[in-house]
Design a protein around this ligand. Structure first.
Ligand SMILES: O=C(O)c1cc(=O)[nH]c(=O)n1[C@@H]1O[C@H](COP(=O)(O)O)[C@@H](O)[C@H]1O
Length: 272
């Protein structure tokens, strides 16, 4: 999915919601555990119920890898099930020496057919470049993450006052283009999004951290929205586990709908 298709979907659905598909067997409704593939059965209902309100889905591979080969199969089936009208993000946070990154890129873009992958910038340009060589695919580079540990390195300042995440943005924006490179910026750092926008006004941002982590959608929209909306805001647990009963699908739908309504309002308020 290219940028104009993504923007068109956002305008059509009046939503920039990304649903995080992070299923864990301990949390999914117990009646699903008798299914042959409980994880896929769960995801399928979540996708069916939220598709009207979401433009992207982000399975975090950890939740599948933890289950061994059957988890990987559930991930494959989930990505296959998602329609081509949504952006399929493999949240794998990869990145290694170039030769190895090429194989990661093949695994996620060719074998799993994801549209996008999250990548860590720490090993530098030659670790990210192989992902960017895949036509029509996206790299989503970690810039300023939502966890408290982002204070340890990402907000570290050099002697000129530049913070590490700012250096990541400045340097890496020339590695790709606004058509194949996005950045992760946590919703829990709403006030920092204005600083991010000073460096990269035009790139899309993937913003996790609303819902369970308490980030403010209002702040994200206020500081982050650009001419093409430029935002994908992710919620995982807040949608997936809105109910632990047989009504979990309807409860997930309600949560996704609530977020979509907030997003629609913000598009009217801050959209250009
Ligand atoms: O790359 C990510 O998606 C990510 C980056 C970040 O800074 N913070 C963050 O929470 N995430 C992921 O986004 C999802 C957030 O899940 P919830 O907190 O349940 O909405 C998880 O899959 C996290 O691994």
């Amino acid at each position: 999915m290219n940028k104009s298709q993504l923007v068109e979907q956002i305008r059509q659905k009046q939503s920039y919601l990304c649903v995080g598909l992070d299923p864990s067997l301990e949390k999914i409704p117990s009646h699903l555990l008798k299914e042959k593939d409980p994880v896929f059965a769960f995801n399928k209902v979540i996708i069916d119920e939220t598709l009207d309100f979401a433009v992207a889905y982000k399975p975090n591979t950890a939740f599948y890898e933890a289950l061994g080969p059957s988890g990987w199969e559930s991930l494959e089936k989930t990505l296959e099930y998602l329609p081509s009208s949504v952006l399929k993000i493999a949240d794998a946070k990869r990145g290694d020496i170039g030769n190895t990154s090429t194989l990661y890129a093949k695994a996620f873009f060719e074998t799993l057919k994801a549209d996008a992958i999250t990548v860590a910038p720490y090993m530098g340009k030659d670790s990210v470049a192989p992902f960017l060589e895949f036509e029509g695919k996206w790299v989503i580079l970690l810039a300023l993450t939502s966890n408290t540990g982002s204070l340890d390195f990402q907000l570290f300042q050099d002697t000129s006052g530049t913070q590490l995440f700012e250096e990541v943005l400045k340097k890496s924006q020339t590695w790709g283009t606004v058509d194949n490179l996005m950045y992760v910026v946590g919703a829990t750092r709403g006030e920092k999004i204005a600083d991010v926008r000073k460096i990269i006004p035009d790139h899309f941002l993937l913003v996790p951290g609303v819902g369970a982590q308490g980030g403010s959608l209002q702040d994200v929209a206020k500081y982050g929205m650009n001419d093409n909306v430029g935002l994908l805001v992710n919620s995982s647990r807040g949608i997936l586990y809105a109910s632990s009963g047989v009504d979990f699908g309807k409860a997930a739908r309600n949560e996704a709908h609530k977020l979509q309504e907030e997003m629609e309002q913000s598009l009217q308020e801050y959209g250009r």
